[in-house]
Write a protein of this length. Structure first.
Length: 94
């Protein structure tokens, strides 16, 4: 999956550029944050925010914190194999 350039935003964390996008779902009161490297093949980071919109706003600062937390939990954004890393659980789906 590649995030659309027109609807996503850029963020730089520790000198690495990422592209991120938040999508609200209609089925449940949740939002999903997607993050990937800005260029080249990459793993997709997926974070679910339940009880959205009561959950605090998803801001560039919270996205940066989420990226750092996912990296600490083992997310490898540069891996060329398509995987989804669940930032909440640290689980990887292939």
């Amino acid at each position: 999956m590649s995030l659309p350039r027109k609807k996503s935003r850029l963020i730089t964390v520790d000198g690495v550029r990422y592209r991120w996008l938040v999508r609200e779902t209609n089925a449940y009161p949740e939002a999903i944050l997607y993050v990937e490297l800005d260029t080249g093949p990459s793993n997709l980071l997926q974070l679910r925010y339940y009880a959205y919109p009561q959950h605090p706003a998803i801001t560039p600062g919270s996205v940066e914190s989420s990226i750092r937390d996912a990296l600490h939990k083992g997310w490898d954004p540069g891996c060329s194999t398509y995987r989804i890393f669940d930032g909440e659980t640290g689980m990887i789906a292939e």
